[in-house]
Design a protein around this ligand. Structure first.
Ligand code: URA
Length: 280
């Protein structure tokens, strides 16, 4: 009796710990065919353990080699999805059409676990465009980028250089929330990339700021970390147009490492100076 109680307390503690770290979905990295598992359970009367057990029990006794994981097909379907994304993004003549194209785009697996598509926030005519990583929990619920804690800090950051959501345009390099707020995979980033490229091209900002390593790596197509990339001007090209681009630290990182705010402040001042110089 006492032991059961202790196990319950330990399980509740563990769940609490996961929840504190933002884990709110019970998902695995690899898909599990739960229909097959349920059928198997009905046949055998016991619940098999996920992946390995399915292979054990469904494979015939005299085995032909189990089909290797279909990497080639996954890759092919990934490439097909990227090709579809490119076509859909290119066909969009304005931001509304791009939003509609994304709303019907099935090529990104994240849309299956997300509640909402998060397309943009702020003013599409703003001189400054900010691109973050991916929606989090609050963004997923509201369908708007940067409305949670990181978004509140972002508002303060842009407020510090005299701007607000009326004067900046905000989007993410991935449009749906990754389960548990994990970093988007390279495949997820790649399939969203034609859309964010087109979004930047159509919004046509004077300056583009990339918030954090995931956005910077995906859009600048580099493996360099944000600490190397931040604080330097670079060029991002979309649809044949060149955009002055400045990578900086992500507000969520600054919430965890407030000591680094001085670097972000330096970056914001550089962007403010560039905007002011252009106006003068
Ligand atoms: N973090 C991001 O990168 N984007 C959001 O929209 C919210 C948090």
């Amino acid at each position: 009796m006492m032991q059961t109680k202790n196990i319950r307390i330990a399980a509740a503690d563990l769940l609490g710990w996961y929840s504190d770290f933002g884990v709110d979905e019970a998902l695995d990295a690899d898909p599990i065919d739960r229909i097959a598992l349920a059928k198997l359970k009905a046949q055998t009367g016991s619940a098999p353990k996920p992946a390995p057990v399915v292979q054990e029990q469904t494979a015939p006794v005299a085995r032909t080699p189990a089909p290797s994981r279909p990497n080639v097909n996954i890759q092919a379907s990934g490439e097909a999805a990227i090709a579809t994304a490119r076509e859909a993004a290119k066909a969009a003549n304005n931001l509304e059409e791009l939003h509609e194209a994304l709303a019907t785009f099935e090529g990104c697996g994240l849309r299956r676990t997300a509640k909402n598509l998060c397309f943009s926030a702020g003013n599409p005519d703003g001189r400054l465009m900010l691109v973050g990583e991916a929606p989090g929990r609050d963004e997923d619920i509201q369908g708007i980028p940067f409305v949670g804690r990181a978004g509140q800090l972002l508002d303060k950051m842009i407020g510090a250089i005299g701007m607000d959501r009326e004067s900046v345009y905000i989007a993410n390099s991935v449009y749906w929330r990754p389960p548990g707020n994990r970093t988007p995979t390279p495949a997820e980033a790649a399939v969203c990339r034609p859309f964010i490229e087109r979004q930047i091209e159509l919004a046509n900002p004077e300056i583009l700021m990339l918030l954090g390593g995931a956005a910077a790596k995906s859009l600048l197509d580099t493996t360099q970390g944000i600490m190397r990339l931040r604080g330097r001007w670079t060029i991002f090209t979309a649809g044949g147009k060149e955009f002055r681009t400045f990578p900086t630290l992500h507000p969520a990182y600054l919430l965890r490492q407030p000591g680094q705010k001085r670097l972000a402040w330096r970056d914001l001042l550089a962007v403010k100076t560039a905007l002011t110089e252009k106006t003068d």
